[in-house]
Design a protein around this ligand. Sequence first.
Ligand code: NAG
Ligand code: NAG
Ligand code: NAG
Ligand code: NAG
Ligand code: NAG
Length: 437
Amino acid sequence: MSPVLLLALLGVTFPLPGVQALFCQFATIQDVWNLSDLPLQWTPKNTSCASGMGCQDTLVLIESGPQVSVVLSKGCTESKDQEPRVTEHRMGPGLSLVSYTFVCRQEDFCNNLLTSAPLWAPQPPAGAGSLRCPVCLSMEGCLEGTTEEICPKGTTHCYNGLLRLRGGGIFSKLRVQGCMPQPGCNLLNGTQEIGPLGMTENCNTKDFLTCHQGTTVETQRNSAQKPTDWTTSNTKMCEAGQVCQETLLLVDGGLTSTLVGTKGCSTVGAQNSQKTTIHSAPPGVLVASYTHFCSSNLCNNASSSSVLLNSLPPQAAPIPGDRQCPTCVQLFGTCSSDSPRMTCPRGATHCYDGYIHLSGGGLTTTMSIQGCVAQPSSSLLNHTRQIGIFSVREKGDEPPPAPQPEGGGAGGLESLTWWVGLALALALWWGAVCPSC
Ligand SMILES: *[C@@H]1O[C@H](CO)[C@@H](O)[C@H](O)[C@H]1NC(C)=O
Ligand SMILES: *[C@@H]1O[C@H](CO)[C@@H](O)[C@H](O)[C@H]1NC(C)=O
Ligand SMILES: *[C@@H]1O[C@H](CO)[C@@H](O)[C@H](O)[C@H]1NC(C)=O
Ligand SMILES: *[C@@H]1O[C@H](CO)[C@@H](O)[C@H](O)[C@H]1NC(C)=O
Ligand SMILES: *[C@@H]1O[C@H](CO)[C@@H](O)[C@H](O)[C@H]1NC(C)=O
């Protein structure tokens, strides 16, 4: 394929002689505001368009109760000129969807919409009806037990859905709950496109589960005895088909211990399972895990490491044995050659020096471990390959089918770089497959 054709497929076009290229205002906004914050104003940037292209303004407001979702896309377009147009895709009472669209070519920066005013006028307060619905607009997901509001007169049904918006520099998901004058999954009222924005809606609640999300790492002397907080402040809206997961891994080497916890969405894992596993029991290094997969909103809600600790067998103070071993647990990095030594408990007659490679749940790392164990050829994980969301591989296991770069604690960064590379490759591929998407 010629380079020019390839570039053309990727969306890069070249000026044709005789056709003037335009400068346009450029901006994207996608966020949820309080209705009282309207009208909004914004400061656009400049963009230079390929020749023949026009400038466009697209503004979409979705209102539910006291909130409004504002989506703005300004920039170049291939569409033909179009006078400023306000469209009521869905009127109230209850949820409403209105848009402003404009395409022009008469001069540079002609797409000069700078406020949401053309789409917004204060509404007289609507009379209250008798229905109550959960009311929510959110890009992170609506929480269970969201505030219920009294619906305006004329509404008869509660709406609960997910809008996907894509195009014109916008790529977002919006959870919508509110009041409607009719049943069904029909907030869009047949609208599929607004300017460059493609829109779809889905009201199948199992397709937009919201889960707690976050990674917790804790290194201290006695993680196996002392419960610690395991809450996260973030939530995440999952992709269709995913479930919520929470995975907690404890490695206790004696002098130090590490807890790694992750919560989020998951495609792996059986639905609705919960278990505690002791992978390696005292005397010596303790490795144990708690894993939970579930499929209701925010069900991955264990709030303390006690979910794991309470299932561990009670540990009496160990009786010292004869052996001494270096001990170390390093989640990121390598144990040094002069780790502190400890007297092993009776029954632990060998020293372990190895690592567990972890990947999954947004974490990729190699955890170095030194400590006392009972068997000379001990494996801490007994060839387990999956612990909750984590793919695991211990020193001595045969490498996984697609070998991954190894190397101390820099794993997280390496995998990030790799992902960026993949995302870029995918974007280029997608651009080539579908240049106007
Ligand atoms: C919206 O209003 C509520 C109550 O008036 C306030 O607590 C909240 O912070 C506001 N949110 C934004 C995004 O301004
Ligand atoms: C945007 O365009 C205006 C008007 O042509 C110009 O004054 C300004 O410097 C431009 N800004 C950028 C960042 O190109
Ligand atoms: C639905 O769309 C049609 C045409 O696009 C419009 O006439 C009608 O008023 C809309 N319905 C509501 C409830 O807004
Ligand atoms: C955790 O989630 C489960 C299932 O959704 C629920 O039954 C339980 O009450 C929740 N616990 C807390 C502490 O929120
Ligand atoms: C290790 O796993 C094998 C098979 O999965 C099992 O038969 C064996 O009992 C396990 N060993 C230990 C020490 O748990």
